[in-house]
Ligand binder design. Structure first.
Ligand SMILES: Nc1nc2c(c(=O)[nH]1)N[C@H]1C(S)=C(S)[C@@H](COP(=O)(O)OP(=O)(O)OC[C@H]3O[C@@H](n4cnc5c(=O)[nH]c(N)nc54)[C@H](O)[C@@H]3O)O[C@H]1N2
Ligand SMILES: Nc1nc2c(c(=O)[nH]1)N[C@H]1C(S)=C(S)[C@@H](COP(=O)(O)OP(=O)(O)OC[C@H]3O[C@@H](n4cnc5c(=O)[nH]c(N)nc54)[C@H](O)[C@@H]3O)O[C@H]1N2
Ligand code: SF4
Ligand SMILES: [Mo]
Length: 755
């Protein structure tokens, strides 16, 4: 008997609607859902591969516990008893001795998004690390300081803009990031079809660049210089006009002084873009009827990530495009959006720098420490030394810089507990691995990603398939771990614990100024949410207390989870609308144009400018269409047709003696790696590109397909000491390397890389 299920793809930020054809509990096919309110039928190869992920024989379906050199299956009782016995004494000694690493898939998983923080609270450790500090922290910090919350981030109004300037992003490959926009190609083509212009700044001629009107190579790490020069031209030539927002700004007058040294002529040689071109780019940006500037990984995971991320929005502001149709706008998500309730002038601003990492003294951001300093926190003795690690949906052994050092540090820990679906490069070090259900067996709502969507939408997906025998929902596992961390032992009453979680959220919502449930009785809200439990209950509460919600009766006809259940293709909440000043949550209630912590970093940029360009080769990364960071190389359909290569410009190859298809050895401060050369003039001279997330040929993992096509681990080369000074985010791009051929008969075999 065939049946159909509709659900959102949980794999990347595009949030595509999928139509699954099911044959009992078997997935017969997965196609794009033509009726989805946001994706309109778009799908990429990974979405279709969810069936293979569901069926992957290597996916873990039972807890595993360490046994000699390997891991053996165990019951859940045995696993939790072991965790309780080992974790509790460490926590009793020193709560900071237990660290946590939360990986990227938590963002795509309601359990991880809502109950990960429950576990963190129960642990009570300062040593919380996440993929955010390997990714978008500079953007969230810059926007937090300017606008008041970490999710008040402008996104390009893609479907209405006349001019899009993209720096360091490749949405045609990544399918968009901090810009939820399925079918990026279609949306970019539509800009050009309506007479608009797309300009890309990237050290590689990306798929996105090939669809653009104009592409400029840029020397990695120099975006802040280019952006400052653009700001300077606008100011000098009288082209800067924030329009109605001028009256909402603090510090506008500081920009002139800050931008002063960075003239087009001063930065041109260092950026690799001619001064005349920089002036033209600025004038065209200012002249466009509407325009949006957008930067992503290339502007974040680099030495000047916060400055570059900030300047992107300074440009949006100065060109009058911030918060206006066709410009860079603030989405209003239906649930959980930190700037939805409350009012300007009553925000406390973002929390940042309240404490520092023990060894290197890197500051905390929004309650977490930079992942770039995890290894040293494990290695360095003293009070607060990390002795145990809990990973949830993370693979830091492949995602964090200097992975050889980090993996050695992991080996020295007393205990590692991993909640994960694979026995991979990280979890092979674990003492206990707790499995999670296949994505098709869980409900789904994109709590985080709708905060960055180019259109306001809401979409609930019920589980497409029934539960997998013996695999509890991930939120249940997180609560059981939280129970242990809270000293309640291995058999915590999950239902009672969850009541407490829901109660705390209801208390919070009822106490929030401007919330549609402000002043209501939390107990009555909870009664109305019955019989829902777990993430569905919390989601329903957030939706109903949210900006489109029914307010539990105070706004009849408003949004509820029940309403979303009746709308399997999602509910369209309309195009983005101007939100300032209402969305501002800075303590001043105004736009902080030149926040002090950011302005204080400008001298460091000035020093880099004075040093001038760097000789030698520079390594950058890239996304690949059939990859998802490190963890989807085990699916045969995706693995076929996806190779990990080192892209090298033919000019460099000739000089360095590198040949297409042959191995090259890369060296950086941290290590050595060997990768197969791909000659292409799509990468600028002086730059080589290697994707991250590879290097699967390791002992003790169970990822047979991935191990057969292992590729090279780029993070053997990324330097954990290279961080964006303001946010502590890892500078995973712009790594100085040497590249040389691996001579015939040389000792190092391909892809067997060592630190
Ligand atoms: N297919 C696929 N999709 C993905 C992922 C995946 O692994 N595969 N990963 C997901 C994740 S976690 C994220 S965060 C997003 C990322 O989404 P994007 O940022 O759109 O993706 P990237 O391809 O990493 O694009 C970064 C670009 O920055 C360029 N770059 C490097 N250094 C610099 C620099 O200094 N300046 C400038 N201007 N450019 C530079 C690189 O050449 C690259 O083209 O993608 C998500 N989507
Ligand atoms: N050199 C370099 N390094 C990079 C980057 C780069 O561009 N260059 N990009 C960085 C970026 S943007 C990111 S986001 C990080 C990603 O860093 P991580 O999040 O550490 O890495 P992933 O490869 O996404 O690994 C995800 C893990 O979660 C598991 N998993 C998948 N789904 C689930 C689930 O539903 N529940 C649970 N519990 N586990 C699940 C997978 O098996 C895998 O072990 O990598 C960063 N590292
Ligand atoms: S683009 Fe992203 S959300 Fe859409 S099908 Fe592909 S992986 Fe899934
Ligand atoms: Mo990411």
């Amino acid at each position: 008997m065939l049946s159909t299920a509709i659900r959102t793809c949980p794999l990347c930020e595009a949030t595509c609607g999928l139509r699954l054809t099911l044959n009992a509990d078997r997935v017969a096919s997965i196609r794009g859902d033509p009726d989805d309110v946001l994706s309109h039928g778009f799908i990429c190869p990974k979405g279709a591969a969810l069936a293979a992920l569901h069926g992957d024989p290597d996916r873990i379906r039972t807890p595993l516990i360490r046994h000699g050199d390997g891991l053996r299956p165990s019951s859940w009782e045995e696993a939790f008893s072991l965790i309780d016995a080992r974790l509790t004494p460490i926590l009793q000694r020193d709560r900071n001795a237990v660290a946590a690493f939360l990986g990227n898939p938590n963002v795509h998983n309601l359990s991880g998004s809502l109950y990960g923080r429950v576990l963190m609270r129960a642990l009570g450790t300062r040593n919380v690390f996440t993929a955010s500090s390997l990714d978008q922290m500079p953007k969230q910090l810059a926007c937090g300081l300017m606008f008041g919350t970490s999710t008040t981030v402008p996104v390009p109004d893609l479907d209405r803009t006349d001019h899009l300037l993209i720096l360091g992003a490749d949405p045609l490959t990544s399918n968009g990031s901090l810009m939820t926009a399925p079918d990026a190609r279609g949306r970019l083509r539509a800009i050009r079809a309506r007479g608009g212009r797309v300009v890309v700044i990237d050290p590689r001629r990306t798929r996105t660049a090939r669809e653009a009107d104009e592409h400029h190579f840029i020397v990695p790490g120099t975006d802040a210089l280019l952006l400052f020069a653009l700001v300077g031209v606008l100011l000098d030539e009288g082209l800067a006009d924030p329009g109605r927002l001028a009256a909402l700004c603090n510090g506008l007058e500081e920009l002139d002084g800050l931008a002063g040294p960075f003239t087009p002529e001063a930065v041109a040689a260092v950026c690799g873009i001619a001064a005349g071109e920089i002036r033209r780019l600025a004038r065209e940006l200012a002249a466009a009827p509407s325009a949006a500037v957008y930067g992503r990984i290339g502007t974040c995971t680099q030495e000047f990530g916060t400055l570059a991320s900030w300047l992107v929005d300074v440009l949006n502001l100065l060109t009058g495009n911030l918060d206006r149709e066709g410009g860079a706008m603030f989405p209003l998500a239906a649930a959980g959006h930190s700037n939805a309730a409350g009012e300007p002038g009553r925000g406390r601003g973002v929390r940042f720098g309240r404490f520092a990492s023990r060894v290197r003294g890197l500051g905390e951001t929004f309650g977490e420490l930079p992942t770039a300093c995890l290894a040293e926190e494990i290695e360095t003795p003293g009070e607060g030394q990390v002795r145990a690690l809990i990973t949830v949906a993370g693979n830091p052994a492949r995602s964090a810089p200097n992975s050889a050092r980090l993996e050695a540090a992991l080996e020295s820990l007393e205990l590692i507990v991993s909640i994960d679906m694979y026995l991979n490069e990280t979890t092979r070090h674990a003492n206990v691995i707790l499995p999670v259900p296949s994505p098709l067996c869980r409900g789904h709502y994109d709590l985080a990603l709708y905060m960055f969507a180019v259109r306001n939408v809401a979409h609930w997906s019920p589980p497409a398939l029934g539960p997998e025998p013996g695999v509890p929902d991930e939120w249940v596992t997180l609560i059981r771990l939280a129970g242990i961390a809270a000293g309640m032992g291995p058999d915590v009453d999950v239902g009672a614990f969850d009541e407490g979680v829901a109660r705390a959220l209801a208390d919070h919502e009822c106490g929030t100024v401007g919330s549609p449930v402000e002043g209501q009785d939390p107990g009555e809200l909870l009664a109305q949410l019955a019989p829902r439990v777990g993430p569905e209950r919390l989601l329903d509460l957030m939706l109903r207390a949210g900006p489109y919600g029914d307010g539990f009766g105070s706004r009849p006809g408003g949004l509820t989870l029940a309403a979303l259940e009746q709308a399997p293709h999602g509910i369209d909440l309309g195009p983005l609308r101007p939100r300032l000043p209402a969305a501002l949550r800075t303590p001043s209630g105004r736009i902080e144009v030149a926040p002090e912590p950011i302005a204080a970093d400008v001298p460091r940029l000035r020093a880099a400018l004075d040093r001038g360009g760097r000789a030698g080769m520079t390594l950058v990364g890239r996304r690949q269409l059939r990859s998802n960071n490190s963890w989807m190389h085990n699916l045969p359909l995706l693995a076929r047709g996806q190779r990990c290569t080192l892209q090298v410009n033919p000019q460099d190859a000739a000089r360095l003696g590198l040949r297409d298809g042959e191995p090259a050895r890369l060296r950086s401060r941290t290590g050595t790696a060997v990768a197969t050369v791909e000659l292409t003039d799509d990468v600028m001279a002086g730059v080589v590109s290697l994707p991250h997330g590879w290097g699967h040929d390791v002992d003790g993992a169970r990822i047979a397909v991935a191990a057969a096509n292992p590729g090279t681990n780029a993070n053997l080369l990324a330097d954990e000491l290279a961080v964006d000074a303001v946010s502590g985010n890892a500078a995973l791009n712009g790594i100085p390397v040497t590249v040389e051929p691996v001579g015939e008969g040389a000792a190092t075999p391909i892809a067997l890389a060592t630190g």
